[in-house]
Write a protein that binds this ligand. Structure first.
Ligand code: PLP
Length: 444
């Protein structure tokens, strides 16, 4: 084995799939086997695997100016063009943007910008951040602490005490409901819990709450009707900012431009990555409103330099990749295409799987979905140790479909946005074969 330390590993050797090339929504392994990339890589390859326009834009930029940093009075055209373009796209007024390299570092940047901003306006006590159970926000120190998945916290002393992180209930009705509780009662209960928590902590010590509009990596959770309306009213009432982590939902994934649009969220801050460049080059963006930026640059506040930035912040080739990606989204009406094909995929998924004995719930919006695999359809009981998720993931792969088991026993779908209805049919037919085979295997 090559001396690689792989992400999220328990250091036991596992079978590995070695991919070699890609074309459209398909990838091919080193033995030439063809797979549908049903998770768009890691929720990111929106334009699929053979977009020569993006490759050409990156190559052209690499030939022209392969690197320029943006510290101490330096800039370059691609970063300026990208910031202007993004600022006009996002649902945040007079938006300013800090560029990074990953969703994790963009969330760390936001964490620091919030600290800096509240110090600048003389409210240093406003430092706590609310996150949610089952939220995923990355793995760097602040982002990892905001993440609620046990493996991302264990062994790292996370969350660090100094980061002042509070955890709210996940809006996952399917598994978190109690008894005969209706969706409306569930929403009321978890929002009341949150308000109690906010009051107990003192709202003046809480800066923001981070939410994925639709939670991705921990199970594709679509909050019930009324949740975000109530949540935002509560946060506004207590002077707490709304921080939307759009790393998965952003750019057409959920049937609209942003997950915030789909779910009716008016964010103060936004984190973007992944589909920003269709993963052809690493880039992320931490977006803040103009009023926050103005306070941060106000020289009378005497907080000193904002000492934060990466060598590769706004790398010219990354900006070129993102600019071309955004141009293609717009020119080819890809968000509209994804909304149409997404509605089709959701309907087909429900048609095929709602009555399947292994499937407890079909959920999702647009081109992101999950099947919750259960050992008892009536009670919703789960399999131990993610057995069903792992089985289904393996059998999908054997059947030419790459998907991902998430949150134990759910399998997530998140194909490239360019997928057609015919390709959705092909993907779901492979999925059905694999889910039937999983059911048989799990009965034995
Ligand atoms: N935020 C969300 C919602 C994510 O899904 C992810 C990654 O999947 C991240 C942040 C972290 O992004 P990255 O892996 O690029 O650091």
């Amino acid at each position: 084995m090559a001396p690689v330390i792989y992400p999220t590993t328990n250091f036991t050797a596992t079978e590995q799939l070695c991919l070699e090339r890609g074309e459209g929504i398909y990838v091919f392994d080193s033995d030439g086997r063809k797979y549908i990339e049903g998770l768009a890589g890691l929720w990111c390859t929106s334009l699929g695997y053979s977009n020569t326009e993006v490759v050409d834009a990156i190559t052209e930029q690499l030939h022209k100016l392969p690197f320029s940093h943006t510290f101490g009075g330096k800039t370059h055209q691609p970063i300026q063009d990208l910031a202007t373009k993004l600022s006009a796209m996002v649902p945040i007024e007079n938006a300013y943007i800090f560029f990074g390299n990953s969703g994790s570092d963009a969330n760390d940047t936001h964490y620091k910008m919030l600290r800096y901003y509240f110090n600048a306006i003389g409210k240093p006590e406003k430092r706590k951040i609310i996150t949610r159970e089952r939220g995923y926000h990355g793995v760097t120190v602040a982002a990892g602490s905001l993440t609620s998945l046990p493996a991302n916290l264990a062994h790292f002393d996370a969350p660090l005490e100094a980061l002042s992180i509070l955890r709210a209930d996940s809006p996952h009705y399917y598994t978190a409901r109690q008894g005969n509780e209706t969706e409306a009662q569930f929403v009321e209960r978890i929002l009341q819990n949150l308000e109690d928590q906010i009051i107990a902590e003192d709202p003046d010590t809480i800066a923001a709450m981070i939410v994925e509009p639709i939670t991705g990596a921990s199970g594709v959770i679509v909050p019930p009707e009324g949740y975000y309306e109530g949540l935002q009213a509560l946060l506004r009432k207590h002077g707490i900012l709304v921080w939307a982590d759009e790393v998965i939902c952003g750019f057409g994934r959920t049937g609209a431009d942003f997950g915030c649009t789909t779910m009716g969220i008016k964010p103060d801050l936004m984190t973007l990555a992944k589909q920003l460049s269709s993963a052809y080059f690493p880039i992320s963006a931490s977006v803040i409103p103009g009023w926050m930026y103005d306070a941060m640059v106000d020289q009378t506040n005497e907080v000193g330099v904002f000492g934060h930035g990466y060598t590769y912040s706004g790398h010219p080739a990354a900006c070129a990749a993102a600019l071309k990606t955004l141009e293609i989204y717009e020119r080819d009406n890809l968000f509209e295409h994804a909304a149409n094909v997404g509605a089709y995929m959701q309907a087909q998924l429900r048609d095929i799987f709602t009555d399947h004995p292994l499937v407890g719930e079909v959920r999702g919006k647009g081109l992101i979905a999950a099947l919750e695999l259960v050992s008892n359809k009536t009670t919703g009981a789960s399999f131990d140790k993610g057995l069903a998720g792992a089985t289904a993931q393996k059998l999908c792969q054997d059947n030419g479909l790459i998907l991902r088991a998430v949150a134990g026993n759910a399998v997530a779908l998140c194909p490239p946005l360019i997928i057609t209805k015919e390709e959705v049919d092909e993907m779901l037919s492979r999925l059905k074969t694999a889910i039937d085979a999983s059911f048989e295997q799990l009965q034995m």
